[in-house]
Design a protein around this ligand. Sequence first.
Ligand code: MLT
Length: 313
Amino acid sequence: VASAGPALAQAAYPNKPITLVVPAAAGGPTDTVARLIAESMTKTLGQTVVVENVGGAGGTIGMAKVARAAPDGYTIAVWHIAQATAPALYDGLKYDVVSDFDHLGRITDVPMTLVSKAALPPKDIAEIVAWMKANQGKATYGHAGIGSASHLCMLILMKELGIKMEGVGYRGTGPAMNDLISGTFDVMCDQTTNTTGHIKDGRIKGYAVTTKSKVSSVPGLPTLDGGVLPGFEVSAWHALWAPKGLPKDVTDKLVSALKVALKDPKVVERFAGLGTEPVAEAQVSPQALKTYLEAEVKRWDAVIKAAGVKASN
Ligand code: MLT
């Protein structure tokens, strides 16, 4: 006769694969961060953490799916700054970015880079700015959908420079990058996790970084802040979320597995090669992420309103 003990022990979380939703296409910057974390969490949790790419509408399709999923720890998500910017940019968002989620912990802050297709003539930041100004109406930029990090970055950049270019939307900057390399559109503002290798190999041109400090993976690039756009600062911070209402033991297991992942030498080394690093351990907590997200929602609401940028731009 089976006792309740072993049956309960067997049912302990996690006892089946965990789906890690990436609300953007495979091969892009969020996918890269998520797969590195998933590999490490798989080892720690003893169950496979399977990445599922649910791209489209600047990540809001994937995050809506996560908000509606059962809060049992078998559906979680890695997403980024767009969780904070979606309320200001999207009218009628189907979920509340704060109250419909359990906030597990921040992962990393990823700098962004202004890049172009290799065939574009400009050689430095001054020349690309002049080129974008001279080619308004003709020049095109790629992005990962309304409200995505690449979209937000370019909206602010265009606003600051007083220019307009036509956007070309993708389900993530993975596929957008393929088209930039083949020359389908002209410029993009994308994360170093996606641009570093291609800049180094000369498949695309890099002009500047969006952080206040230079970035070690692309040491030749100046900051926008220190040159053409004083005060300019955008970085695509990433974090781990779950649907609202996880049992406490499940939250604890996921948060400690995330902490282990962010100390995993392979993760740290790969992050460094891509121009980023794990956040400080104190940031890897539900409360720290919730506080950070609330502050970011406020900050971006003000920036987006002041800049007069709308998802429809
Ligand atoms: C973005 O621009 O929001 C990201 O690059 C999305 C992605 O990971 O593809």
